[in-house]
Design a protein around this ligand. Structure first.
Ligand code: AMP
Length: 719
């Protein structure tokens, strides 16, 4: 049987750790006997090279190297072309994971089955899914995805658990920054209070500032613009990181290069120049620290310790800046390259987090308790550490404001809410007005206006039923699982079953959601129509066939309104008495096949018009009946009072007669003279058509399938 490991899949370096025989985590060296592996891949003449060689090639400016691809996780777009083939960030991460897995397997002498992989806390759902995908490509089963800062605090807490201590994890890596406030609670519970971050802020930004300084200095001394030359740009890029690292030890660093037609040039950058050129980057991190403290209801004085994670925290200016902000020296004795992998390894032996509901804890007065003395967690009680994490991003859905004038972000799960969690909201959804039985659900990550948020997914809930009322309730449930991945479900009304849902790519052009909603014409009034056909003997043969064709063509004209739920049609056949062939339905196919089945029907005792009345009595909206008959009724005298009762019940009647007929009789049962049609057989279809047009066959223009008037709703289990 294989083993489980913790993997820190870093932007610049990755590391693997395992729980050793002693019950404590330790780093697994790679086949180069190094504790970390550069997250760089070199594509060299058909060969794929990893490790220090790849990193050196990258530093020397080799364009056949892929690096920093973690920044593009979740985009599922080509990251770059190497060795004649284009690769996505997921594929490159998969290749890297496969390499570090097999390298660690060599060291361990046993197969690795599954892994806990760390990601930056602010990684969106899509990026977490992309990480799972990379692991799948590498043949690794993911036991869990956990946040890097949490992993770092686990590693730190093993030797320094201080009950009630609030630890601010400041994680400045190669390409990403995040800051998280974690509380060491009683009973070894680690509770994340708040977190935020920026996926485009990291050591590489400091490198770029060095590149710019170098370009400036070279230009000053030689008039040569290195930024114009691809070769020099690569060279400076490759050198910048080394110079930056030197400045973590020295007060300046130098680079000597050979410029064509000029010769050797040495450029020197002082630490003061470097600090000045990058102070805004540091301040950006400070603003994010303040944001996190604010959302946890805390201030710097509540921070027991600031824990430095990520290679870029080796820069002395980072430490000085944090000391200035927090008033105490940050903790730097945790090895930033190893802590995250060590914490992930601990998670391989912890139980899965249960579904905990409710907002993340805030530092309220009841939480301000004396901080306990620092203690070591014994190997025996390592598996008892419990994690309570929170959502990094609020999550909403695009909805329509109550005034129906604009699209808004209706929040379903707030930021810094404990996870895993499920939250549901009900939305009023107009069924009849806009003719759709599908609801588009755009997931928004963020709490700003729809287009200022990340829109990771589009879901389409299908099979929405159209009932008697023009509106229905759709309940949308979002779940954040313990890996920080979103799941979306929808239910109609009180139904206990989920609507079928499909995932679709988010359209490139979402601009309509930033514009005011055009005023739509009012929804057409629902229509309920009973088609009543005389099936007495004289209708047999050709007249019946023709009548059926005319009825079918009538139904076809209402197809879109029926599908849209604003028209329902039923069928009634009569001889002496009526018989319902099909009750009112909004399913045109059902209607068309019922027409096919019409034969001789008839039930004595009730008048056909009474039958029509009872079918339409409870029907919504405008109620009409088209009565088709081919001869005067033998009990004509009873027809007039029966028709009157229909009219009084708000049922409009149109009568079509053909054959030997008296127009006056048709008029007497119709709602008005204009509704009486005496036609020859060939004109049946056009008579039905005239009535259809007067009733309005057009559904409203399709547009707003969105929802409004929201309220909280009860959650349900994921199947
Ligand atoms: P990580 O993503 O956590 O592996 O961090 C890698 C980043 O740390 C890269 O940008 C490195 O250049 C940076 N880094 C590593 N060591 C140092 C150092 N001594 N001084 C400054 N930056 C460093």
């Amino acid at each position: 049987m294989g083993v489980s490991v913790g993997i820190d899949l870093g932007t610049t370096f990755s590391a693997v750790a395992i729980i050793g025989q002693d019950g404590l985590p330790r780093i697994v060296e790679n086949s180069e006997f190094e504790k970390t592996t550069p997250s760089v891949i070199q594509f060299r003449d058909g060969e794929i090279v990893f490790g220090s060689e790849a990193k050196e090639a990258f530093s020397a400016g080799d364009p056949n190297c892929a690096a920093f691809f973690k920044r593009n996780m979740g985009l599922y777009k080509p990251y770059g072309t190497f060795g004649g083939r284009s690769y996505t960030a997921e594929e490159l991460s998969g290749m890297l994971l496969k390499h570090i897995k097999s390298s660690a397997e060599n060291t361990l002498g046993s197969a690795i089955d599954e892994a806990v992989i760390t990601v930056p806390a602010y990684f969106y759902s899509k990026e977490r899914e992309a990480t799972m995908e990379a692991a799948r490509l590498a043949g690794l089963k993911v036991r869990k995805i956990i946040n890097e800062p949490t992993a770092a605090v686990i590693a730190y807490g093993l030797n320094n658990w201080r009950v009630n201590a609030n630890i601010l994890v400041y994680d400045l890596g190669g390409g990403t920054f995040d800051v998280t406030l974690v509380r060491m609670g009683e009973n070894q519970v680690l509770r994340t209070l708040a977190t935020t971050g920026n996926r485009f802020l990291g050591g590489v930004d400091w490198d770029e500032r060095i590149e710019s300084l170098l370009v400036e200095k070279i230009l000053e001394s030689t008039r040569f613009d290195a930024s114009e030359s691809e070769r020099f740009k690569h060279l400076l890029k490759g050198s910048a990181e080394g110079l930056k690292k030197q400045m973590s030890q020295k007060s300046s660093s130098k680079l000597t290069i050979r410029i064509p037609e000029y010769g050797k040039v040495t450029s020197e950058i002082s630490k003061a120049e470097f600090d000045q050129a990058t102070v805004d980057l540091l301040e950006m991190t400070g603003i994010m620290c303040a944001t996190v403290l604010k959302s946890a209801g805390a201030s710097w004085k509540d921070v027991s310790d600031t824990l430095l994670v990520g290679g870029s925290t080796r820069m002395p200016q980072v430490r000085e800046y944090l000391q200035k902000l927090s008033g105490k020296p940050p903790i730097a004795h945790v090895n930033p390259d190893e802590a995250v992998a060590l914490g992930a390894a601990v998670q391989t032996i912890l139980a899965d987090t249960e579904c905990v509901d409710g907002p993340g804890a805030r530092i309220e007065s009841r939480l301000i308790k004396p901080v306990g003395a620092s203690k070591k967690i014994s190997a025996k009680s390592v598996p008892n550490i419990k994690l309570n994490e929170v959502t990094t991003h609020p999550m909403g859905v695009i909805a329509i404001n109550p005034e129906g004038t604009m699209y808004i972000n209706e929040l379903i799960i707030p930021a810094n809410h404990q996870i895993p969690t499920r939250q549901a909201r009900s939305f009023k959804y107009a069924t009849s007005a806009y003719g759709s039985n599908e609801l588009e659900i755009y997931v928004l990550q963020g709490d700003r206006k729809p287009l200022d948020c990340v829109i990771p997914y589009k879901y389409v809930a299908t099979g929405i039923k159209h009932g008697a009322t023009p509106e229905t309730t759709i309940r949308i449930q979002y779940s954040y699982d313990q890996n920080g991945i979103i799941h979306v479900q929808a239910r109609q009304g009180d139904s206990k079953t989920d609507l079928p849902i499909r995932k679709e790519p988010v359209p490139e052009d979402m601009s309509m959601y930033g514009k005011p909603i055009e005023k739509r014409p009012p929804a057409p009034e629902p229509l309920s129509i009973m088609l009543a056909i005389d099936t007495s003997g004289s209708m047999y043969g050709a007249p019946m066939q023709e009548a059926k064709m005319a009825m079918a063509s009538f139904v076809n004209q209402f197809k879109s309104r029926m599908i849209g739920g604003t028209a329902r049609i039923g069928i009634l056949a009569f001889t002496y008495g009526p018989e319902t062939v099909l009750r009112l339905t909004s399913d045109p196919a059902q209607c068309l096949s019922a027409i096919e089945t019409i034969e001789r029907y008839g039930r004595s005792g009730i008048h056909p018009l009474d039958g029509i009345k009872s079918e339409l009595r409870e029907a919504p909206g405008r109620k009409c009946s088209i009565v088709l008959t081919d001869g005067e009724w033998s009990d004509g005298g009873t027809a007039i009072p029966a028709a009157k009762k229909c009219h009084e019940a708000g049922i409009e009647i149109a009568a079509i007669g053909f054959g030997y007929f008296d127009r006056a009789f048709l008029s007497s049962i119709s709602s008005s003279d204009a509704n009486a049609f005496l036609v020859s057989r060939g004109e049946l279809e056009s008579a039905f058509g005239t009535i259809a047009q007067s009733l309005g066959t057009q559904a409203s223009p399709k547009a707003g399938e969105k929802s409004r008037d929201t309220q909280n709703s009860e959650v349900w289990d994921i199947d």
